[in-house]
Design a protein around this ligand. Structure first.
Ligand SMILES: Cc1ncc(COP(=O)(O)O)c(C=O)c1O
Length: 449
């Protein structure tokens, strides 16, 4: 019999949560900040590939990947070896003050993945939020302007600067007072709920008209705007892809006015959509691209990759003690090897397979309003009624919880969407298990309508 970590699909051996998990939950409730948002009581102990074992020996199939972070799966032997070898050699040096070889090596490799012919330069951070914060500062520095345009529904992080761009959920802002000024939010092109009846290819034309015809005329002169920042596929907001033409038009508008076109690929990048970056599907070339999450398979690393002409700040203008730490960089180099050789292609293949498998869900289940995304970044929007599209947050939450009790880890996104963001190494058996399990959950949830 395979050990818990050798199984390909879930194996549940106790009630969930089990006795050991309950002990951790009690302690957590006593000592941890109550600001965390745990959807269900998974208490993880170990992980391999797409399997996570909890503290009671139950094996779960992970279609959340630590919020799209464990791109190469849990504890991939090549990533583990890279971390262990590097930890035995040099753990920290601070790239702000000293040099080490792997730093420009990773920067060069990342720069080569980014679209466009101009050379790129990279600044490393510890997180997605810090990458966004750095992008804001770089855009201001490079343009000597201070206004930004961002989108409703987008999530860019929680520091005061990044939070000022975030317009995902008001709870994320409530209680924190005034944020950065000079940021205007406009609607994100959300085809399923398009007020103008457009398709997934054409949704958003009116938003661009609003930007050019209203915002630029009545609020911000475009020559004062430092950057427009967008997630090419909205992550926390509900896994909503922006149409190709929309990203292309944003790029055109940015070029026309000398505005930085900033793409937040923290969630959508690193091979998840079958290409290094989701923006590649639209053929656009950002001025600044933000990455984190899947970049180092779970080690804390973020990066901004910018055109050389844009990353023009002077020594001392921006820095970090830990960002681009040697151990995280080693993990990122191993991660890039795996994504390049295998997992980018697998994300594309398994994404196509899953979309084929999920294509009829809107017909088969009256609570499934929309299935969308790219590669292994898939959103399933749950509604009470397909005709009215009434959002069914309670049903979505019930489905996420039911899936957990059947051994499948998924997360919600937005108000009423289920997100599938598995490690990029899943195979057909695991995709089928996830699809079958969700189908069972939908049937059970439909009884509640
Ligand atoms: C698109 C996007 N940008 C930025 C962030 C912030 O990243 P972090 O949580 O690593 O600070 C997130 C996190 O979910 C994200 O999804």
């Amino acid at each position: 019999m395979p050990t818990t970590l050798e199984v390909k699909t879930p194996r549940l051996v106790t009630a969930i949560p089990g006795p050991n998990a309950k002990r951790v939950l009690e302690r957590d409730a006593r000592f941890m900040s109550p600001s965390y948002t745990r959807d269900y009581p998974l208490v993880a102990r170990r992980g391999r590939g797409a399997i996570v074992e909890d503290v009671d020996g139950n094996a779960f199939l992970d279609f959340a990947a630590g919020i799209a972070v464990c791109s190469t799966g849990h504890c991939h032997p090549q990533v583990v070896a890279a971390i262990q070898n590097q930890a035995a050699e040099l753990i920290h040096m601070s790239g702000t003050d000293f040099y080490y070889e792997s730093m420009p090596e990773l920067a060069e490799r990342l720069g080569r993945t980014m679209p466009g012919t101009e050379s790129k330069k990279v600044f490393f951070t510890n997180s997605g939020t810090e990458a966004i914060e750095s992008a804001v500062k770089l855009a201001r520095y490079a343009t000597r302007r201070d206004k930004f345009i961002a989108f409703y529904g987008c999530f860019h992080g929680r520091s005061m600067g990044a939070l000022s761009l975030t317009a995902s959920k008001s709870t994320q802002r409530k209680g924190f007072g005034a944020l950065l000024s000079g940021i205007e939010h406009i609607p994100f092109p959300y085809a399923y709920r398009c007020a103008h009846g457009h398709t997934a290819e054409t949704c958003g034309a009116e938003i661009l008209e609003q930007l050019e015809g209203q915002i630029f005329k009545r609020l911000f002169d475009p020559e004062d705007v430092a950057g427009i920042i967008i997630e090419p596929i909205q992550g926390e907001g509900g896994y909503v892809p922006a149409p190709k033409f929309f990203l292309q038009e944003l790029q055109r508008i940015c070029h026309q006015h000398g505005i930085m076109f900033i793409v937040d690929e923290v969630q959508s990048g690193m091979g998840r959509t079958g290409k290094w970056w989701a923006c590649e599907h639209a053929g656009v070339e950002p001025d600044i691209l933000c990455s984190a999450k899947g970049i180092a398979s779970g080690m804390p690393l973020g990066a901004i990759i910018a055109k050389e002409s844009v990353m023009c700040w002077k020594p001392g203008s921006h820095g970090t003690t830990f960002g681009g730490n040697p151990v995280c960089i080693a993990a990122a180099l191993a991660t890039m090897d795996l994504i390049e050789s295998e997992y980018k292609e697998n994300a594309h293949r398994m994404g196509d397979y899953l979309f084929g498998r999920l294509a009829d869900w809107v017909k088969d289940f009256r609570i499934v309003g929309d299935v969308r995304g790219r590669g292994l970044m898939i959103g399933i929007e749950i509604v009470r009624d397909q005709r009215t599209k009434e959002k069914a947050a309670d049903l979505r939450n019930a489905i996420v919880d039911l899936a957990f009790h059947k051994g499948l880890l998924v997360l919600g996104a937005g108000e009423n969407t289920i997100r599938l963001s598995p490690p990029l190494l899943i195979d057909q058996e695991q995709a089928d298990f996830a699809a079958r399990t969700l189908e069972d959950c939908f049937r059970e949830a439909e009884k509640k309508v």
